[in-house]
Write a protein that binds this ligand. Structure first.
Ligand SMILES: *[C@@H]1O[C@H](CO)[C@@H](O)[C@H](O)[C@H]1NC(C)=O
Ligand SMILES: *[C@@H]1O[C@H](CO)[C@@H](O)[C@H](O)[C@H]1NC(C)=O
Ligand SMILES: *[C@@H]1O[C@H](CO)[C@@H](O)[C@H](O)[C@H]1NC(C)=O
Ligand SMILES: *[C@@H]1O[C@H](CO)[C@@H](O)[C@H](O)[C@H]1NC(C)=O
Ligand SMILES: *[C@@H]1O[C@H](CO)[C@@H](O)[C@H](O)[C@H]1NC(C)=O
Ligand SMILES: *[C@@H]1O[C@H](CO)[C@@H](O)[C@H](O)[C@H]1NC(C)=O
Length: 627
């Protein structure tokens, strides 16, 4: 698990990712431990793997299969006018049964959100757990059990997919930019901060979007294009499945193969689970190709109408409710589990939370230097950032937030600064030798710098998805900052930096989305929302569900972003049932979690299987994706 992000400021610009832990925002520095412990270089390298129009798999990263799929840069280019291509990095957890087994259920494609999140990274971290959740459990009937491949990919511009987007000459320059940005403070903190950020972010967006256009990728990163890429992945998967069956059975002819493995050109059905921004992608996909929808789960649901307007106004309505929830769980958890515990009850805890915040706003706390670190300053912006990263994963992270708050109350900013810069010892290590030798874009510098895997990829997608370039004066934008701060005192102003990019993002998509986000899909969609979600309030799930015939909203009674922020057998079983049989939960289903924040569930220990439950593998998978 990655430590909290040092650079969380720009996290806000990669807003809609399933788990804030998964992303590397600008200036992300891996901990020295990660560098030292990184496994010996495997034989697989994306760079040395040729792209192919078919799925040609190579063993990679241990038990995974990787392929580089070649697709047209421009799906709508007329024959012979534009032969440029995109090489999509794709990764698979192979199903536990061969394709010829009648229990083989096909592929489920995941998208982690972002936009700009790396699907390769998601599968490396969670793919096996996800496979356990969707595949048949121990009690499954042999006739109906289904076992799935799990596939994801780095979308256009992202991480291992080529071409990617690069807006800084190297890692150090990117880091310097990040530091500068952080130093100004959140845009709502002062007029000076706002003015500096407004100018800096727009200058970056201006030059970066021009680079994106020059390199050709800028106009071909829209969500419609990625939706079409997913259809292609299923088509090529069908072709691969047939080849694989021929290989396994030594068949000379396709005629000899069982029907369920035969490739059906143009009719390969989609199975998809999208998180956060991945719900925009999924809703778009379902609207564009409704007849191909076999299973689609949209989890942590974005208001795609607002998204395509470029509004960014329907994300933060419930964010600050997490403070009240924190106080409640802190009180229930008791002094052993919550450092900010107060015997007088949750109202007092919330009051202290507010006082600590207020005080820090006006008086930052100096943190003396140590043998390891230089002198530093714990600021209100730092606290917002820790809250921000915590809000995605309360079950895991309220504990550390309580510690930070209790220390701040005593005038000690050490924990807060540590949360920001826990990884900065890496700087002392310097760059790995090979990285310095091969240059900043080489594999050796991975994971130091792998293209703009963060906020600018995000901007490239979401700004070009907005129906037009956002045209706002500085004064109008300041009003927008004030409006969002009314929605969320904690996150409102930081959130506005997303849209700020779009006021100077010049790349426009060749293939814009023109649909209505509604469809009668071949099979109904399952939406999932949490009671309190910091970036995708559950009302969005209900709103989006209205457009998709027969769809159902599953309500998970937890806090945080996407269902994986909680651990609930009820939710996991509903998801499994949906993938196994297609059956949707009853309308109005509310799933309770097994564990609550600050009940002693910790980041370190493996939480025990709840009493009365027997499916240990499923529990471990739920805990695994919650990390
Ligand atoms: C794609 O893969 C197939 C099967 O391995 C191979 O025959 C073909 O030459 C490859 N095409 C390219 C362009 O590499
Ligand atoms: C693409 O087209 C250009 C000329 O239009 C040609 O020079 C080039 O070889 C083509 N590339 C491929 C991969 O076909
Ligand atoms: C990019 O992919 C590599 C695997 O090829 C992974 O280790 C790395 O974490 C990914 N980077 C990001 C930013 O997700
Ligand atoms: C289920 O089917 C598999 C393969 O078709 C077989 O090996 C296994 O013994 C069966 N299990 C049961 C419980 O019938
Ligand atoms: C602040 O807290 C840290 C532990 O995080 C502790 O080591 C340090 O001594 C404290 N500083 C003061 C001035 O109390
Ligand atoms: C989707 O919405 C549009 C505009 O409101 C409407 O014209 C169309 O009939 C709807 N389509 C479906 C499949 O519901």
């Amino acid at each position: 698990m990655l430590p909290d992000k040092a650079s969380a400021f720009l996290l806000a610009s990669v807003p809609l990712l399933a788990n804030a832990n998964l992303l590397q925002p600008i200036g992300y520095i891996p901990s020295d431990a990660q560098i030292r412990l990184s496994p010996p270089k495997s034989l697989f390298s994306w760079q040395d793997t040729p792209a192919n129009e078919s799925l040609v798999y190579h063993e990679c990263f241990g038990a995974f299969h990787c392929a580089k799929l070649q697709v047209p840069l421009d799906w709508n280019a007329e024959e012979g006018t534009d032969n440029r291509t995109v090489e999509i990095a794709l990764i698979k957890v192979p199903a536990t049964v061969p394709v010829t087994d009648s229990r083989y259920g096909g592929a489920v494609v995941l998208n982690p959100g972002g936009p700009g999140g790396s699907g390769v990274n998601l599968v490396l971290k969670e793919g096996k757990h996800t496979q356990t959740i969707v595949s048949a459990g121990p009690d499954a009937d042999n006739d109906t059990a289904r076992y799935f491949d799990i596939i994801s990919f780095d979308p256009r511009g992202v991480n291992n997919t080529r071409p990617n987007l690069q807006c800084f000459p190297d890692f150090i320059e990117r880091l310097a930019f990040e530091k500068e940005m952080l130093a100004y403070g959140a845009p709502g903190s002062s007029n000076t901060a706002f003015t500096n950020l407004w100018t800096l972010v727009r200058t970056l967006a201006d030059s970066c979007s021009k680079k994106a256009i020059e390199s050709g990728i800028g106009e071909h990163m829209s969500t419609t294009t990625v939706a079409r890429d997913i259809v292609e992945i299923f088509e090529r998967h069908g072709q691969w499945r047939e080849q694989e069956a021929k290989r396994l059975t030594n068949s000379k002819s396709v005629k000899d193969l069982p029907n369920h493995v035969k490739y059906r050109p143009g009719e390969e059905m989609i199975q998809y689970w999208g998180f956060s921004y991945g719900t925009v992608l999924g809703a778009t996909l379902a609207d564009m190709y409704p007849d191909l929808v076999k299973r689609v789960i949209l989890d942590g649901v974005v208001d795609s109408f607002d998204y395509y307007e470029g509004g960014w106004t329907t994300n933060l309505q419930d964010t600050d409710m997490e403070i009240a929830k924190f106080a409640e769980y802190c009180w229930m958890g008791g002094p052993d589990n919550c450092a900010l515990y107060d015997k007088d009850g949750p109202a007092f805890i919330a009051q202290r939370f507010s006082e600590i915040t207020q005080k820090l706003m006006h008086s930052p706390i100096g943190v003396p230097g140590t043998d390891e670190y230089g002198a530093d300053l714990a600021t209100y912006t730092d606290l917002k950032m820790q809250f921000w990263s915590t809000a995605y994963r309360p079950l895991r992270k309220f504990h550390a937030l309580a510690e930070t708050m209790a220390q701040l109350e005593k005038g000690n900013g050490t924990a807060l600064v540590q949360a920001r810069r826990g990884m900065s010892s890496q700087l002392k290590l310097g760059l790995p030798e090979q990285c310095a030798k091969d240059g900043p874009y080489s594999d050796a510098c991975n994971p130091l710098y792998d293209g703009e895997s963060s906020s600018l990829i995000s901007a490239a997608v979401l700004c070009s998805d907005a129906k037009s370039q956002i045209d706002m004066t500085k004064e109008e934008f300041w009003d927008y900052v004030q409006d969002l701060m009314k929605q969320s005192k904690m996150m409102g102003d930081v959130w506005t930096t997303i849209r700020m990019h779009c006021t100077q993002w010049h790349a426009r998509p060749k293939w814009p989305y023109t649909g209505h986000l509604n469809a009668t899909t071949h099979h109904p969609i399952l939406f999932i929302g949490n009671t309190v979600d910091n970036v995708t309030p559950i009302r969005n799930a209900h709103k989006m569900s209205e457009g998709f015939h027969g769809s159902v909203v599953l309500h998970q009674d937890t806090e945080g972003h996407c269902s994986s922020s909680g651990v609930s057998f009820c939710t996991a079983r509903a998801i499994r049932t949906y993938f196994q049989t297609g059956e949707l939960p009853k309308k109005g289903t509310v799933c309770s979690p097994e564990r609550l924040p600050l009940d002693g569930y910790s980041e370190e220990d493996e939480p025990a299987l709840p009493e009365g439950e027997t499916d240990k593998a499923l529990w471990e998978a739920m805990v695994g994706v919650n990390k």
